[in-house]
Design a protein around this ligand. Structure first.
Ligand code: AMP
Length: 399
């Protein structure tokens, strides 16, 4: 069974087609600049060179049309007709408190997701546009929505309720939701396999450290706590996002610099993190290079970053009363051995000891803890698309 996975942004559309019986990736692609000048589709059939075509695309339906054309193209396509695509899995960022699992998309589900758009105004409307475009062009193909928030819905109230007047939770659903759930779930499942255990018997800490970053405590197969909150700006220091700060800073700086709340929102989302700290870049490769050359702010940025991850690991060990394994995933954690080392340093009193030799690895599944380490440390490249395809396969397969 072939499953098409769609991840729609406001002006971009990423896609993959997987053959589910073998979990083989057949093709993938990216459409960029939808609705603006210079729309372009990049398509790669596995084993072939990238095919790039610049052509105007006014909206997501037109973009999707070009994707479908590429999928059935005799040369670079992966199917003779779209009938061979048995299901579509859509990444959707926010399902509020409505869905704790992936769901088959119906008119009712779409109405619920529209309601959730208020909670993710930058993401859900784009995700919904992608769904609408697919439904228009593939009206008979079953579709599944897979949510970034779903895996975290198992958190207990003590993890998700903020210390604010309770009525804000009741009236406006202001609470911790958590994001990157598909990635946390995928690596937790892979870790369980690597450890040869049952997830119900494990306490895991999953560290998704990419441009956006979050960490989750996964206790007995369920998320117990996670670092992102009501929005994805909370928790760890990120590429351009500030992570946890004293909330009173916002009003203080806004008054000093004559900024509005909208301005401050931009500051904490786009101008902070290692970018704002270092003044160099949001990309860790640039920041590490600058630190190596002696740039003091870059050095501080990296120290602050590692310190925050370490603090969360300690907190989650306390919350779960132990930890069997720490998992590193996403761009920085999959590639950056220096950052992994900085995070794990001086944690032997918690039974966490990294092996320098094993840590000299990137981009593949590996055990990187020392033999003496009570807590296993694992490197697991994330694969959110495979996770979305698997959920889609399971739900549509059961119809
Ligand atoms: P992601 O959001 O998961 O795609 O991760 C992207 C981030 O990974 C980039 O911003 C980089 O900072 C980081 N990254 C990628 N490769 C490396 C590397 N070799 N060393 C350090 N950081 C890296």
């Amino acid at each position: 069974m072939k499953v098409l996975v769609i991840n729609c942004g406001s002006s971009s559309l990423k896609y993959q087609v997987l053959e589910m019986e073998t979990e083989e990736l057949l093709c993938k692609g990216l459409v960029e600049r939808i609705g603006i000048d210079g729309s372009v589709i990049n398509h790669v059939k596995s084993g072939m060179d990238k095919w790039v075509k610049e052509t105007p695309m006014k909206n997501h339906t037109e973009a999707k049309g070009h994707v479908l054309e590429a999928l059935v193209n005799p040369e670079r396509g992966i199917a003779k007709s779209m009938k061979e695509i048995s299901a579509v899995g859509h990444r959707v960022v926010h399902a509020g408190e409505k869905y704790a699992n992936s769901v088959l998309i119906t008119d009712e589900v779409i109405e619920v997701l529209k309601e959730c758009s208020e909670l993710a105004p930058l993401h859900n409307p784009a995700n919904l546009q992608g769904i609408a475009a697919c439904r228009e062009l593939m009206p008979d193909t079953p579709m599944v929505a897979v949510f970034d928030t779903a895996f975290h819905q198992t958190m207990p109230p003590e993890s998700y309720i903020y210390g604010l007047p309770y009525e804000y939770y009741e009236k406006y659903a202001v609470r911790r939701y958590g994001f990157h759930g598909t990635s946390h779930k995928y690596v937790a499942m892979r870790a369980t396999k690597m450890l040869g255990k049952d997830m119900a018997d494990l306490k895991l800490i999953t560290c998704h450290l990419g441009n956006g970053a979050s960490i989750a405590a996964v206790k007995n197969g369920k998320v117990f706590d996670t670092s992102m909150g009501f929005t994805p700006v909370a928790g760890l220091v990120m590429g351009t996002r500030c992570g946890d700060i004293d909330p009173a800073i916002l009003a203080f700086v806004a008054a000093k610099e004559d900024k509005s709340f909208a301005d401050m929102d931009k500051v904490i989302n786009k101008q902070s993190g290692v970018y704002g700290l270092s003044g160099v870049s949001s990309d860790f490769r640039d920041v590490e290079a600058a630190a190596d050359e002696g740039n003091e702010r870059a050095k501080i940025a990296l120290k602050v970053y590692a310190h925050r991850v370490k603090a969360y690991i300690g907190a989650y060990i306390a919350e779960m009363n132990g930890c069997d394994a720490i998992i590193f995933t996403a761009g920085l954690a999959e590639n950056g051995k220096t950052m992994r080392k900085a995070i794990c340093e001086n944690m032997d009193s918690l039974g966490i000891v990294l092996c320098d030799e094993r840590n000299d690895v990137r981009g593949k599944e590996a055990l990187i803890s020392a033999v003496s380490s009570d807590v296993k440390i694992l490197l697991i490249p994330t694969n959110e698309e495979l996770m979305i395809a698997k959920d889609t396969y399971e739900i549509v397969g059961a119809l």
